[in-house]
Design a protein around this ligand. Sequence first.
Ligand code: ATP
Ligand code: MG
Length: 559
Amino acid sequence: METQVSNFIRSIVAEDVAAGKNNGKVITRFPPEPNGYLHIGHAKSICLNFGLAAEFGGHCNLRFDDTNPSKEEQEYVDSIMEDVRWLGFEWGDRLYYASDYFGQLYEWAVQLIKKGKAYVCDLSADEIREYRGTLTQPGKESPYRSRSIEENLDLFERMRKGEFPDGSKTLRAKIDMSSGNINMRDPVMYRIKHEDHHRTGNKWCIYPMYDYAHGQSDSIEGVTHSICTMEYEDHRPLYDWYLDELGIHHPQQIEFARLNLSHTIVSKRKLLRLVNEGYVKGWNDPRMPTLAGIRRRGYTPEAIRNFCDRIGVGKKESIVEMALLEFCVREHLNKVAPRVMAVLRPLKVVITNYPDAQKEYLDAINNPEDHNAGTRKVPFSKMLYIEKDDFMENPPKQFFRLAPGREVRLRYAYFIKCENIVKDEHGEITEIHCTYDPATRGGDAPDGRKVKATLHWVSAKHALDAEVRLYDTLFTKEEPDNVEEGKDFTDYINPKSLEVLNGCKLEPSLKDAKPGDRFQFERLGYFCVDTVDSTPGKPVFNRTVTLKDEWAKIQKGKK
Ligand code: ATP
Ligand code: MG
């Protein structure tokens, strides 16, 4: 695995280990709520938590923070486990659920009531909000705040037994309604929800709030470094309060800045809207920034881990360019993806001086970056396809590819020269007629004449048909989260984010390609066999990324 680039959290952990804190142990956790699929932002947290644990000989737990039965589903639990494994991390026997701690959390709540530190409140959600005050105004104490310990114990138990309807009562921590930190103004610990939970079924009808469950769950697991994103910084005093009042193991919470990526969104709530409202074809749509989506698109775990290392870990929010992620994907695929030839928008070429019945097999290099990858045979015959874009009838000055009277090289094959154009009754070019020079087979012309372009091609008779899907960014706006007045983030969806090409022609070696296999189509980009829509003999390819390095351009522009 890649070595971790240093960051401030790593430094804290290294110091703690050196100082023998927690007996030199490092236990971290990745704590997703199973209310959606993981996205690229989660990858940052996964790499950080699992990476630190591995580096310091510790453990990283996978814990589902499943305290809200309304939004959580088994499908999400399963997908999260699949995605974490795919990224290359293993939690071993350390799979936990906050719902496993419901019993313990309940007992601790009773303990706080007995200490006079929690009370049952009859205010409605709206009233609680009203009483809470604002950033500039202190809150007001609930009229139920002074209930006796006995009454609170009785009411809380009856809440658990299901005697009260949803929303009629809550259990609240008794802290300080005038605190400058709104999180400390008697936060709700438990609410009533007569709803089945995906794991505990109908056992409970009261559920702990995330803020009451999170810190104690970390504590139960003996987590030493509780790493979370910046928005929890203001909640830390509350987590500290619960842990200190209960007198239990106190993990150290450290906050870091979330990853934001340009031209996309990393919020499960918004991603769920894209799915539910049909803007994409599911959580694993290759345009989605979900791990399921980018996996299907052809991104590799190595590339994502490398990306997470490069972006580093800090406390300041920023937006990382999508181009950097694509750069990392390209960098990895360049090393590992076999090269093949494929024509996406075919134009027929007839080699007029090539014998009708003849065919031959030419040697092609599988990967110039990997000498062990070897070579393969590519069939050549009288009728070929080249890319429509590679021919122009009336080329401008800068166009060096095929044109009437001009000679180019066909990769691994021959020089060909365009002699004639055939058009249909609408004036559309249907095929072009060329001659080839047999003396140029697989190399240069013996007389030393040069050509300015090398084109990829596919033999018509041998070609495999395929559908190819090209992708552009899902949003046209760099920051789709930054919504203008009167607009919705969905207004920035790129109407051209998907282009489907049918009748693409692939070299025949691709007939053995399996779902998930990745290739470089020479001159066109990296492509991956779709794992959902491909059928035997009729593959669908997703373009993972183009060959254009936008990141280099951005870096140059900054200099
Ligand atoms: P979302 O806003 O997408 O719902 P979340 O923070 O509510 O995200 P959780 O399931 O609670 O999602 O996240 C699990 C862990 O992943 C948390 O520790 C959280 O801090 C971290 N995480 C979530 N989004 C990002 C992000 N964009 N960058 C880094 N870490 C993230
Ligand atoms: Mg969350």
